[in-house]
Write a protein that binds this ligand. Structure first.
Ligand code: HEM
Length: 406
């Protein structure tokens, strides 16, 4: 990404696309929660950042004033609404029918049926790392598993993996500061899914039972109880958002999990000795390292926590910050492997709450369990501060070199 002017003061000049943010956002957010819960920057045409749990819940629930028509803040002008990616870029009442049509593919039942396949994918990736002294938990594993899973769900060739990866990076990282990169990638993704949809259409009744076929057949309910097929743009947009939503978020969390265990030997030892802790541990990883920060577009002048916010500007809802709010969690900056009653907000809140959360939790559990079975003892091969974190709305470690211990 191009060089950006250094931030002078995070309360009045924040830049969530800067290297400093990527490296230190938990510390920056702690300061904002304490001193300036609704920060405004002069960058990005005057965007806001909301950091306290209660304010984030309230803002996310007011879908009329805080619209999802924009969900990332890039260098684009706020009037340029960008891609239509239903359901995430739709507000009620249009949002519900599209979301409900997609939900069955991500139900607990669908996820359970997929699980053995994901176990096999994880094993295959781990087989490829056998015999090495150092394995990169992010590059060689975490970043590959969700791509394999989504490719399988879409029913596309495994050879598309590198393209999925390049597209996710272009849309959610480099493309935020260089709009031409994002535009080129968006065009490629749209052409790709358009050709997949055409193929399924031509196959008719012989089309495989995959997500592309599901979206092709999907029906959005109408207010009178009748239903209609998705339009062409809705089909392509829905496949696009499933690809983007399903890849980077999950790989970032799995990468963070391996980073944490590689740098906290007590937690590693305990999780290996007590595998029943896995479900609670997954929730704590999601809370502590929650990756996704999502934007909203302000449709009317309003107030958040007594601070005025203006129509036509955008704001960031920091779910990671909500998850470290001491007014909501006890000792939020402590990682507690068996934390009870962990009602975190990593998957968001309100009508747009993550549609893929069942799938994500399964991938994280399977991905980590398979790793721990293969490599029960390992340690970070660099100092924790040497690990670089990604820039953009999805935060995760870019590389996690792990030394395998015998
Ligand atoms: C650890 C992994 C994941 C995290 C942390 C995560 C996080 C989130 C968050 C915070 C939102 C709320 C957006 C908002 O407030 O506007 C969201 C929505 C969404 N996520 Fe996820 N996600 C993950 C995995 C997945 C997976 C695996 C899929 C599907 C393949 C997926 C698909 C979606 C979709 C389609 C939406 C939009 C839902 C709607 O607008 O109704 N996500 N996700």
């Amino acid at each position: 990404m191009a060089e950006r002017p250094r931030v002078a003061d995070w309360k009045t000049d924040f830049d969530h696309l800067s290297d400093e943010w990527a490296a230190k956002s938990p510390e920056i957010l702690a300061e904002l929660r304490e001193e300036c819960p609704v920060a405004q920057t002069e960058r990005f045409w005057g965007a806001y950042l909301v950091s306290r749990h209660a304010d984030i819940v309230e803002t996310a629930r007011d879908t009329e004033t805080f619209s999802n028509r924009i969900t990332v803040i890039n260098d684009n002008h706020p009037d340029n609404i960008g891609l239509e990616l239903p359901p995430i870029t739709l507000d009620p009442p249009e949002h519900g029918p599209i979301r409900r049509a997609l939900l069955p593919s991500f139900s607990p039942k669908s996820t359970d049926e997929l699980e053995p396949k994901v176990v096999a994918m994880a094993e295959r990736l781990l087989d490829a790392t056998e015999g090495r002294d150092v394995v990169d938990g992010a590059i060689d594993y975490a970043q590959l598993l969700p791509i394999d899973v989504m490719g399988y769900l879409f029913g596309v060739s495994p050879e598309m993996g590198p393209s999925f990866r390049r597209w996710a990076d272009a849309m959610l990282k480099e493309g935020l500061g260089d709009l031409e990169i994002a535009r080129t990638a968006a065009r490629e993704v749209q052409e790709f899914f358009a050709s997949q949809l055409r193929e399924r259409e031509e196959q008719g009744d012989d089309a495989p039972d995959d997500l592309v076929s599901t979206v092709l057949r999907a029906q959005a309910e109408l207010p009178d109880g009748d239903s209609r097929p998705f339009g062409r743009k809705e089909r392509i947009g829905a496949l696009f958002v499933l690809m983007l939503g399903g890849i980077d978020t999950t790989w970032s969390t799995l990468g963070s999990m391996l980073f944490h265990l590689g740098s906290h030997p007590d937690d590693l030892q305990r999780l290996v000795a007590e595998p029943d802790l896995m479900p609670a541990a997954i929730e704590e990883f999601l809370r502590f390292y929650s990756p996704a920060t999502i934007a909203r577009y302000i449709t009317d002048d309003a107030e958040i926590a007594g601070c005025p916010v203006s129509e036509g500007k955008r704001l960031l809802l920091s779910y990671p910050s909500a998850n470290r709010d001491p007014d909501y969690f006890d000792q939020p900056d402590d990682f507690v492997l068996d934390r009870d009653d962990n009602r975190h907000m990593a998957f968001g809140v309100g009508v747009h709450r993550c549609l893929g959360s069942n799938l994500a939790r399964m991938e994280l559990r399977v991905g980590l369990s398979a790793w721990l079975e293969r490599y029960p003892r390992f340690e970070l091969a660099v100092e924790p501060h040497e690990v670089a974190w990604s820039i953009g709305p999805i935060r995760g470690p870019r590389s996690v070199p792990l030394r395998v211990l015998k």
